[in-house]
Design a protein around this ligand. Sequence first.
Ligand SMILES: [Zn+2]
Length: 147
Amino acid sequence: MPVGEGVCPRCLEPIPLGAHFCNRCSTPLTFHATTGPYESIFAEGFAYREASSNPRKPIILIGMWLLWGPSFAVSLLMFGISVAACFEQGSLPWILVPLFGSGVCVWFTGALLFKTTKNYVRIREEAEKESAETEDFEEPRSSAWED
Ligand SMILES: [Zn+2]
C-alpha cells in the first residue's frame, strides 16, 4: 500500500491520496483536517455531531454539558431578560435584537444538549436491555438442582 493511501478508520471506504476527509462519512483523516482554519471548523462540527448522536460514555455527556451548559444557561438568562424588557417597556424594536440572538442560542445549545442526553439515555437503555437478555440466556437451569 502506497504511503498516504488507505481506508477510512470509521467506514472502511478507500481514501484517495491527499484527502483530508472521508468522501463517504466526512471523518477527518489527516492532521491538517484538524488544524487547518476551515478544516478545523469542519472537524469540530463533526466531533460535536458525533458526540451528540452517539454518546456511549458518561464522560461525553458530562463533557457536552460542561462545554455547552454555561452557554445554554447564559443565553436562557439573556432571553428571559429580553422577554421581561419587552413586557416592561412595551415592544421596542431594539429589544428584538437580543431577543432573537439569545433565542437562537437557547435553541441551538438546548437542542444539542437535549439530543446528547436523549441519545445517551437511549444507548444506555439498549445496553441494559442487551445485558439483561444475555443474563437470561446464561442463567443455569434451576431444575438441575431438584433432580
Ligand atoms: Zn468514512
